[in-house]
Design a protein around this ligand. Structure first.
Ligand SMILES: *Cc1c(COP(=O)(O)O)cnc(C)c1O
Length: 341
């Protein structure tokens, strides 16, 4: 918890040298992802720091469906003339490749937030690296247990450890992992100068969260699949998005690229935004809240959020938790019935 301390007889200052608690988490995540991990104050701290390493005017190819905060940050940088953005559908591999010439960075997120679309990391990273372009992957939805982008040829991974890694909705933390040690050092330098440093307690809590990540994911993704399968046949549901469904457009690619289909799903209800709101207000066990990756199941009318107008009306995002699967289903099923009236 200290800001300044003696490390092996040397005077140390946390922002400059890091702390043993930060280092323990950096070592663990670095080993899981296969690179040099650097902790940040939040997921957005990690994202901002990676973008900060770009030269002025750099062209960034990035997905149209992705975390809202990242899109807003990119949009702000573009408006200020710091970067140029090229938005693409990241699930359309050829469309992404067609945008690559002249780009300085390929930014990807897979599975995407909130439509859980799957981008082909191996093919895209290969096409980007042939052109000397680094590929960055937001791996928040998968975690290194389900997907390791650096092994697939990508260059940098970013995480909101606020979500699954922390796992208990009680901390804010970000991580960037670079395949190349020099890039890791550069990001450490950005963290130092920008002051985007993690808290000691947050790093300690995330380390503790990491210990149960495998069992949490196992339970959560098994429940997510069960819920997705039942929603597919539900009279109130127009569409279900979950890469673990064999008829989902991302199924085959996710089967090859990931070691599991994840804990997030999206559903579109028949009655549009009004029904989505009514559903959120009818759940009893499930919590109507934003964010994701904690032990409690959360639901949200994502399409109604400002900045998410590109999503289909009535699209809800669900972060499946660790409760008993039948309890989650019973609550959702009852809320679907109540919201249809
Ligand atoms: C939450 C989230 C972020 C931002 O992380 P914070 O810890 O909230 O700053 C970035 N990417 C994805 C996919 C997220 O879900």
């Amino acid at each position: 918890m200290a800001s300044n301390f003696h490390a092996g007889g040397e005077r140390a200052y946390a922002r400059t040298e890091g702390t043993p608690t930060w280092q323990a988490l950096e070592e663990a995540i670095g080993e899981l992802e296969g690179g040099e991990a650097v902790l940040f104050s939040s997921g957005m701290g990690a994202v901002s720091s990676v973008l900060h390493t770009l030269p002025v005017g750099a062209r960034v190819v990035h997905p149209t469906v992705s975390y809202l905060g990242v899109r807003r940050l990119m949009g702000g940088h573009a408006e200020a003339g710091r970067i140029e953005t090229a938005p693409v559908d990241a699930t359309d591999t050829d469309a992404v490749i067609a945008e690559l010439d002249g780009a300085a960075m390929l930014w990807l997120e897979t599975p995407t937030n909130p439509l859980v679309g799957i981008a082909d990391l191996r093919r895209l990273a290969e096409a980007a690296s042939e052109r000397g372009i680094p590929t960055v992957v937001d791996n928040t939805f998968a975690t290194p247990l389900l997907q390791r982008p650096l092994e697939l040829g990508c260059d940098i991974v970013v995480h909101s450890a606020t979500k699954l890694i922390g796992g208990h909705s009680d901390l804010l933390l970000g991580i960037a992992v670079a395949r190349d040690g020099d890039k890791g050092e550069e990001l450490r330098g950005v963290r130092h100068d920008a002051g985007a440093t993690p808290g000691g307690l947050e790093a300690w809590l995330a380390l503790r969260g990491l210990r149960t990540l495998p069992v949490r994911i196992e339970r959560m993704q098994a429940t997510a699949l069960l819920i997705a399968e039942r929603l597919r046949d539900h009279a109130q549901v127009i569409a279900v998005h979950y890469p673990g469904l064999s008829d989902d457009p991302g199924y085959e690619l996710a089967s090859r690229q990931m070691d599991g289909f994840g804990t997030m799903l999206a559903l579109q209800v028949k009655g549009g935004s009004d029904q989505a709101d009514a559903l959120c207000n009818s759940v009893l066990l499930i919590t109507h809240a934003t964010s994701l990756g904690g032990v409690e199941t959360l639901i949200e009318n994502r399409a109604a959020a400002p900045g998410e107008e590109h999503l289909p009306e009535g699209l809800l995002r669900m972060s499946v938790g660790c409760e008993h699967p039948e309890d989650v289903w019973e609550d959702l099923d009852a809320a679907l019935a109540a919201s249809a009236r």
